[in-house]
Design a binder for this molecule. Structure first.
Ligand code: MLT
Ligand code: MN
Length: 311
């Protein structure tokens, strides 16, 4: 199984279009080894030919341009794409807006939880993915193994979808519905991804509000875990004067501090841990920073666009 990180940044990308903080300045200018990053997405393939995109980011066109494996085959039909299916982990803008770029009557399968499918259904602009060519399928939560298919059949990849602590998409928040803004089970999911009949598995959890016991048990023994690295400290947005919200308020467990993810998986035998979905404020984005050294010392890698992992 081949995994390509298409976009390692959180919603907005890094640097975010309107961001002038020190970290973003370094990224705008390409200084101190700080690399720009596009918005949250990975691609996975069992055979190197047919690919499944997990989360369709607003940057998908640029991501395809940066990834020859995802470009139309030279010897294929006049219109073709190696992208055979798209799987969504929530309905945040950074994960669904790229669907709009996948129009043009290209056959695809689209998979998401019932809650996320409801959101797509309620927003008629997504009908640019004509239902007769882009078949939508519900991912059953806590399914044992669910085979992902492209328009021409199985792709040799299966997923196990599971609900994780999280929040409904920002644009769906309803303050009248209390502290969790009307969030329900299935608004945010994690996925175990494996090639059919292969022993190794990837866990992809780009959004998670708490690294609780259920999440830890779920990933026990994982060959690789791509996990929510949105913020380093819970209060880094207010601390930097760029917003009022904490990481937890946005549905993202911080890396450091009480209940953080840094050491959450220390005793569940995960072989490789990688932070992904990294916000423009997160100091791990700067090589050599204390935060970057701390996460590396704790055994974490930091995803970057183009990172390739083979399992
Ligand atoms: C998130 O992950 O919290 C969202 O992508 C934020 C957003 O929609 O900007
Ligand atoms: Mn996001």
């Amino acid at each position: 199984m081949i995994i390509k990180v298409l976009g390692s940044a959180a919603g907005g990308g890094f640097p975010q279009w309107n961001c002038n903080t020190r970290l973003s300045r370094l990224a705008w200018d390409g200084r101190n080894g700080v690399r720009a990053r596009t918005q949250s997405s990975i691609a996975v393939s069992a055979d190197g030919a047919r690919w499944v995109v997990f989360n369709a980011s607003p940057d998908i066109r640029q991501q395809i341009a940066n990834t020859p494996e995802l470009q139309p085959a030279e010897t294929g039909r006049l219109r073709n794409s190696p992208i055979a299916a798209v799987v969504l982990t929530n309905a945040d803008v950074d994960h669904i807006a790229g669907l709009l770029s996948l129009r043009e009557r290209q056959p695809l399968r689209l998979y998401a939880s019932a809650r996320v499918l409801e959101t797509l259904h309620a927003n008629s602009i997504f009908n640019v993915l004509a239902p007769d060519v882009v078949e939508r399928r519900e991912l059953p939560l806590d399914a044992q193994k669910f085979e992902i298919e492209g328009p021409d059949g199985p792709l040799g990849l299966s997923v196990e979808p599971f609900a994780v602590p999280g929040k409904v998409a920002l644009f769906l928040e309803d303050a009248a519905k209390g502290a969790n803004f009307g969030s329900e089970r299935g608004d945010t999911i994690g996925l175990k991804i494996a090639a059919t009949n292969a022993p190794k598995a990837l866990f992809y959890i780009p959004g998670c509000a708490e690294a609780d016991e259920a999440v830890k048990e779920r990933v026990r023994g994982a060959d690789c875990l791509l996990f929510d690295g949105t913020v380093y400290t819970d209060t880094e947005m207010p601390d930097r004067g760029v917003g009022q919200k904490t990481g937890r308020r946005m549905g993202h467990v911080p890396i450091a501090g009480e209940g953080g993810s840094l050491h959450a998986f220390d005793d569940v035998g995960v072989k490789r841990k990688v932070y992904i979905h990294i916000n423009t404020t997160n100091p791990i984005l700067e090589p050599g920073s204390d935060a970057e050294r701390t996460v590396k010392a704790a055994g974490w890698d930091i995803a970057y666009d183009g990172m390739t992992i083979e399992l």
